[in-house]
Design a protein around this ligand. Structure first.
Ligand SMILES: NC(=O)c1ccc[n+]([C@@H]2O[C@H](COP(=O)([O-])OP(=O)(O)OC[C@H]3O[C@@H](n4cnc5c(N)ncnc54)[C@H](OP(=O)(O)O)[C@@H]3O)[C@@H](O)[C@H]2O)c1
Length: 329
């Protein structure tokens, strides 16, 4: 698969794989055997970066905890030297939302736990999952520099960071990537682009398919009622949202026909072709979708094509989109 570059030298597949949904946020965890096979198939297709997090856990039918890092680490063990493992520290999921905790002592515990669950002695890309309002980012960046010196991490990044945080963090220990929500339905992240370009930091786009809405695979009346499926409360999946997003989905279908592709692949190609340092990490638990999403790397869109799409998006009506859980501390 075509590659993109994050930061100074982290080369990764233009479409990389978000593994969260295999155990977390989309209903009950999927079977370990099936997901291990799926990750193996992703490697065969050419995916090279795999995104997980300390907090992506779920509850198995027997009541035990499904650790996403364990699943990803085990599946990638035979391929360790040719893949990029990205994981995250710094949040706990509680009944009232996400709790940020990036105290140095907590990070030290987290890295040891992640290395153990992943079955590796280094992490290629280690993200602060959310900024902790009680721990200056400069201090977090200092801990990242120490972990690099110790060989425990190779690159670091921050998820959901703004310009001030990015500049302060980068000044202490250069960032390779910022991981923020970014899709055709959520373009606020574009305010960071000039700073990312200036500092040579990549953007890893999470929820790049707007949690699946941009694939046009879900129709009005689809219900997500399984316990732990966050789509049940996402505004883009409310019945009225399908009408509000019709123009967007029509545009995607129209370009998909022209490019002999699917709406999902076009919506990913739009960001890959925008900049060589943007990498979407769509999540899926299905082989056909893994292949479909990877095909985005084969779609060529010129800067003019991308601009025309942006111009259309700028004036389009869309529904609200899920913006994530509130961070407490
Ligand atoms: N940093 C953060 O705070 C943060 C937050 C959220 C997510 N993330 C990362 O970003 C990754 C992706 O984000 P996401 O899962 O929230 O959203 P997403 O990738 O936009 O959407 C995933 C959803 O779309 C469906 N899907 C994927 N490809 C499809 C296709 N071709 N056709 C139809 N449906 C398709 C999947 O269903 P199936 O599984 O049924 O195919 C899944 O329900 C996560 O895995 C995680 O690693 C990070």
């Amino acid at each position: 698969m075509k590659k993109q570059i994050l930061g100074r030298k982290l080369e990764v597949s233009a479409v990389s794989l978000g593994c969260m949904g295999m155990t977390h946020a989309y209903g009950a965890p999927s079977g370990v055997k099936e997901m291990t096979q799926l990750i193996e198939q992703a490697v065969d297709i050419g995916y090279t970066m795999f995104d997980t997090a300390e907090c992506y856990t779920g509850t198995n039918p027997d009541g035990s905890t499904a650790y996403n890092e364990e699943l990803v680490g085990n599946a990638l063990k035979p391929h360790r030297n040719k893949v990029i493992i990205a994981t995250k520290f710094g949040v706990r999921i509680t009944a009232s939302g996400l709790e940020a905790d990036s105290r140095p002592s907590t990070i030290r515990q987290s890295i040891e736990g992640s290395l153990k669950r992943l079955g590796t002695d280094y992490i290629d890309l280690y993200y602060q999952h959310r900024v902790d309002p009680n721990v200056p980012v400069d201090e977090v960046a200092g801990v990242m520099q120490e972990l690099m010196n110790e060989g425990k991490i190779i690159n670091w990044g921050i998820s959901q960071a703004d310009i001030d945080i990015i500049r302060r963090a980068h000044a202490v220990c250069p960032l390779s990537a910022v991981q923020n929500r970014y899709s055709m339905m959520y373009r606020d992240t574009e305010v960071l682009f000039s700073v990312l370009e200036e500092l040579n930091i990549g953007l890893v786009a999470f929820s790049p398919l707007a949690n699946g809405l941009l694939t046009d695979a879900y129709k009005k009346g689809t219900v997500f009622n399984e316990s732990g499926d966050y789509r049940s409360f996402m505004p883009q999946f409310k019945p009225e949202a399908y009408d509000a997003n019709r123009e967007l989905l029509d545009m995607l279908n129209h370009i998909a026909v022209e490019k002999n592709a699917t709406p999902a692949a076009v919506s990913l190609a739009w960001m890959i072709c925008k900049n060589p340092w943007i990498v979407p990490i769509p999540g899926t638990r299905k082989l056909t979708r893994l292949e479909e999403n990877a095909n985005a790397a084969n779609i060529e869109l010129t800067q003019d094509d991308v601009k025309q799409m942006d111009d259309l998006l700028n004036q389009m009506n869309m529904s609200e989109i899920f913006g994530g859980m509130h961070v407490n501390r």
